[in-house]
Design a binder for this molecule. Structure first.
Ligand code: GDP
Ligand code: MG
Length: 427
């Protein structure tokens, strides 16, 4: 996994673009009619976690991320796609386009209108009159139907294969374009008790296989949005009962708060439970009303707007990732340019020292010798499992001397054909 990417999915008018806009502070088309977002918007959002600088009592100077008052914010890719409606996998609405846009998403945030004020196609209805649980059901169904469509074409051929190794390879080949790994495929078969069986025994289990695979490879979090509308309250538990992790959100509130903070009117950090008006700030009556509304209806009731929390849960919870901090100088905790705790990397729990080395640079992974767990002052080996907020120095063999390709044209080919460059951790 190179950069972690989060896909925003949901029916029209659930608040996806507002969520995207708030999370990235990029201005995109936001309007109360369906299909405003035709092309996928890809932006940079941040996940947040307590920074190791506080624990170590140092002042940091981040490079690949930022630190605001002891909270580290690390970039992830956020994809906002066009709304989907029932029948999308058969081509209704904008059809499969949105799902194709989500191919590379590692995790999905399903933005649901929890207030029940829009129907399945996103048209405005009496607040509370539409049941958002139905949206969860249809979105999962459309997603699974789409995935099934991709596998179905070859299913008969694959399940007739006599060698399960070959059948697995075929299946993995079909699915790699969706960002699904061989490990995901094996785990899905394993959960169904089919991994040891001959491919012929799989043939009746396509539907269950797709269901397991979706849950494993494309985990889904529900952002129960528009919680500022009172009718949302009663729907939260029911959404949870549908089997997903639910984070109550008000994307519009987050957007308003970030805009006000950008204008210098309030102090507010993404994820904070409250804001503070800047002394002497020139806040108009409408803005003041909006801020009071957010405090009363959202922050006071739910503790936060939920946007940052949804991003954080998706990555640290559903993807089971954590932050680790590679450094070059283990005494000063710096990179070679003197930046203190310069980089925070997202890695899966269970990642090893060598995984981190590969993640930083392929060559560092290949020439890995050992690592130093800086906080514990211990030398560790390649297979040492990292802990959350570890500070790690990687020690590698001296780099091979690089020759100028122009001066040594014959050397160019072997270098270009060197082991495939990948900075992915092996999961
Ligand atoms: N009350 C309320 N309205 C919201 C919230 N988030 C978004 N909206 C509104 O819902 C409508 C649709 O939002 P949009 O982001 O364009 O939805 P999309 O079609 O899913 O991308 C807009 O009028 C937004 O202002 C929220 O948290 N609370
Ligand atoms: Mg939109």
């Amino acid at each position: 996994m190179e950069q972690v990417s989060i896909g925003l999915i949901g029916k029209p008018n659930s608040g996806k673009s507002t969520f995207f806009s708030a999370a990235t502070m990029v201005d995109v088309a936001i309007a109360n009619y369906p299909f405003t977002t035709i092309e996928p918007n890809v932006g940079v959002a941040y996940v947040s976690s307590p920074c190791v600088c506080r624990e170590l009592g140092v002042r940091d100077d981040p490079v690949n991320s930022m630190c605001l008052g002891g909270i580290r914010y690390v970039p992830v890719k956020l994809i906002d796609v066009a709304g989907l409606i029932p029948g999308a996998s058969r081509g209704l609405g904008l059809g499969n386009k949105f799902l194709d846009d989500l191919r590379r998403a590692d995790v999905i945030i399903h933005v649901v209108d929890a207030s029940g004020s829009t129907d399945e196609e996103g048209r405005a209805v009496e607040p509370g009159s539409h049941d958002p649980v139905r949206d969860v059901e249809f979105v999962v169904r459309e997603y699974e139907l789409w995935m099934r469509g991709i596998i179905e074409r070859d299913w008969a051929r694959i399940t007739r294969m006599t060698s399960s190794r070959e059948a697995l390879e075929e299946l993995e080949g079909r699915l790699s374009g969706l960002g699904i790994t061989s490990r995901d495929v094996r785990e899905a078969l394993d959960r169904l008790g089919l991994l040891g069986k001959s491919p012929y025994g799989w043939s009746d289990h396509l539907e269950e296989f797709v269901r397991e695979l979706r849950a494993i490879a494309k985990p889904m979090l529900i952002a129960a949005n528009k919680v500022d509308v009172p009718t949302a309250r009663g729907n939260l538990e029911r959404l949870r009962a549908a089997g997903f992790e639910v984070v109550p959100t008000s994307a519009l509130s987050e957007l308003i708060l970030r805009k006000a903070a950008r204008q210098g009117l309030i102090h507010y950090r993404p994820g904070d439970g409250d804001f503070e008006v800047v002394e002497g700030a020139d806040i108009g009556p409408d803005q003041e009303r909006a801020l009071n509304y957010i405090r009363e209806r959202v922050l006071g009731v739910y503790g936060n707007t939920g946007v940052q929390q949804a991003l954080d849960r998706a990555v640290f919870g559903l993807l089971d990732m954590m932050l680790v901090y590679p450094v070059e100088d283990e005494e000063r905790l710096t990179d070679k340019d003197g930046h203190v705790l310069p980089d925070a990397y997202l890695v899966r729990r269970g990642a090893t020292a060598r995984d981190l080395a590969y993640r930083v640079h392929t060559e560092l992974g290949e020439t890995f010798l050992y690592a130093i767990d800086v906080k514990r002052k211990a030398r560790v080996g390649a297979d040492h499992q990292l802990h959350e907020n570890d500070v790690i120095k990687i020690v590698a063999a001296a780099r091979r001397k690089r020759c100028s390709a122009a001066a040594w044209p014959e050397i160019r080919r072997p270098i270009a054909g060197a082991p495939r460059g990948s900075s992915s951790p092996r999961r």
